[in-house]
Design a protein around this ligand. Structure first.
Ligand code: AMP
Length: 282
């Protein structure tokens, strides 16, 4: 695997591979099977897969979350080599933000800028857009692969692509889960064992909602889901039922639309997010 740490070096390399179709998977490292599934997806849509590991400071709203974010570079490299990943970009802050961290990307996020993650993590998506915009300028991929796990992030990136990178195709990969249903996440490593044992409550509640949708009104599902998630040490922030394409909240399940339930829950000191299709028609 080729590892590049500077913009100059990776751009020079990718210029020489210009005839190849490039699939790109941005990550913040502490790699797990979810990340690797995106690399597999990238391969099926391109000739060469570029992945990156960069813990982006501008998208963290809490200094302690940034400080404690797991950094496991050696292990990540080992996993990527075993997975036969071709190219890894591992830049420093200076490479990503040579002019400082203040330059914002100007896009209208609409309702996506004020609901769910945007509501509870102010500034998070602005920081995420900054780094994804910069990374896309550097890598110039043909397709960008992101996870359904962060569906609001993917939908906001989709808006940015249509404005700034219309030639880049967005491909969204399904959520990879642990055996008990907990969505894989780099933050899971930080869950205390007794809390980890009960963290499948997110999966169980989402699963319950997929059945309840046939018999209960949406408002009642949302209220009951919040109750089910409120077990000791767990504190739900939201449980929303939305149109899967634009993430607008829905009040009925009528019509041929895809519907997602999305949730965010504090599990002790760790914030977990997850989502699941309640209806898939398209
Ligand atoms: P992160 O390293 O957390 O920034 O995630 C990098 C990419 O992996 C994002 O596009 C995530 O949505 C995706 N991802 C994270 N967890 C999972 C998972 N459990 N299954 C599939 N994709 C995931």
């Amino acid at each position: 695997m080729k590892i590049f740490k500077t913009v100059k070096a990776i751009r020079h390399y990718l210029q020489s591979e210009k005839k190849m179709k490039i699939g790109y998977v941005p990550t913040m490292g502490a790699l797990h099977a979810g990340h690797l599934s995106l690399i597999r997806l990238a391969r099926s849509h391109s000739d060469i897969c570029v992945s990156s590991i960069y813990v982006n400071p501008t998208q963290f709203n809490e200094a302690s979350d940034l400080k404690h974010y797991p950094r496991t570079f050696e292990r990540d490299v080992q996993k990527l080599i075993e997975f036969r990943n071709e190219v890894l970009f591992f830049p420093t802050d200076k490479e990503i933000y040579p002019d400082g961290q203040d330059k914002k990307i100007n896009i209208d996020m609409g309702i996506l800028g004020s609901i769910m993650e945007a509501k509870f993590r102010p500034g998070h998506f602005e920081g995420m857009l900054q780094v994804v915009h910069r990374l896309l300028e550097i890598i110039e991929p043909d397709c960008l692969i992101m996870g359904q796990k962060d569906i609001q992030q993917a939908r906001i990136v989709e808006l940015m692509l249509s404005r700034y990178f219309p030639e880049v195709e967005l491909i969204i990969g399904p959520i990879v889960r642990e055996i008990d249903g907990l969505a894989m996440s780099s933050r899971n490593k930080r869950l205390q064992p007794l809390i980890r044992d009960r963290a499948s409550i997110l999966y169980k509640t989402l699963k319950w909602a997929t059945e309840a949708i046939d018999s209960l009104p949406i408002q009642q599902i949302k209220a009951e889901a919040l109750e089910r998630l409120s077990i000791p040490d767990f504190r739900p922030e939201y449980f929303e039922i939305v149109n899967a394409e634009n993430l607008y909240p829905v009040n009925t399940v009528k019509g041929d639309i895809n519907i997602l339930a999305c949730t965010a829950v504090w599990a002790g000191e760790i914030r977990l997010i997850d989502n699941m299709y309640l209806q898939k028609k398209l």
